[in-house]
Ligand binder design. Structure first.
Ligand code: MTE
Ligand code: MO
Length: 220
């Protein structure tokens, strides 16, 4: 892994591995590092915890939904696009300090997918897996049913590109960016919250912007 090229600087958390230093790097598809200056994704820094990002053609994409549900199944990209679509415009904010205001997203509300899966009575949380084989995330079932939790297929009115987690990523709009898992491959309903990748390394599970992680919500 190539470390720290985007120069995010020190992260003011006392616990865990400093996220910014650990994972920020320039995309292979953009060795000039100018991605952040392109209009489509202006302001975004690119993050990945793996050396080789997964590349998933939309025609091969599958979202596996299982765990404590009565209707486990997989969804193709086209099937997701045939479900009711929701648009959300929200600030996107990384816990390391950068923020992109008013990002338009669209996709399927997580609760729409959960409803169609028929969550069993013992299910109280949701775990998320990535095609990268490393990154994971989690939400309580109550959080997952909020109207600002999206299985996102579009960003800035375009299909989500590969560095930003396309064809399908999670958008956890009211929380720090690390909750918004890229290259979403699986949704599992669980009996208890299973802390995700950064949460196992000291970051808050409940990552509400401005109320956690030492309130490091000032844009750099
Ligand atoms: N699979 C995966 N998802 C991920 C990450 C990651 O490293 N791998 N980084 C997270 C962090 S810390 C942030 S701030 C956002 C960044 O989104 P971007 O890379 O599209 O800018 O993705 C989140 N989702
Ligand atoms: Mo982040």
């Amino acid at each position: 892994m190539i470390l720290g090229l985007l120069g995010l600087g020190a992260v003011g958390v006392a616990v865990g591995k400093p996220l910014g230093d650990a994972v920020s790097r320039i995309t292979r598809s953009d060795p000039t590092g100018l991605t952040g200056l392109l209009p489509a994704t202006a302001g975004f820094r690119y993050y990945s915890v793996v050396a080789e990002d997964p590349v998933i053609p939309p025609s091969e994409y599958r979202l596996q939904v299982g765990g404590m549900v009565d209707q486990a199944r997989s969804w193709s990209f086209d099937e997701l696009e045939a479900l009711p679509q929701t648009g959300l415009t929200r600030d996107f904010q990384c816990v390391t300090g950068w923020r992109v205001p008013d990002v338009p997203w669209s996709g399927v509300l997580l609760t729409e997918i959960l409803n169609r899966s028929e969550v069993r009575p013992g299910g109280t949380a949701v775990a998320f897996d990535s095609y990268d084989g490393e990154y994971t995330e989690s939400l309580s079932l109550e959080q997952a049913r909020r109207p600002d939790m999206l299985v996102a297929t579009r960003m800035f009115g375009e299909p989500i590109d590969n560095p930003h987690g396309g064809p399908v990523r999670l958008l956890v709009a009211p929380m720090y960016g690390y909750k918004s898992l890229k290259w979403l491959s699986g949704i599992r309903v669980t009996a208890a919250v299973e802390p995700g990748y950064w949460e196992q390394r000291g970051y808050d599970v409940d990552a509400w912007v401005g109320s956690s992680n030492g309130r490091r919500d000032e844009p750099v």
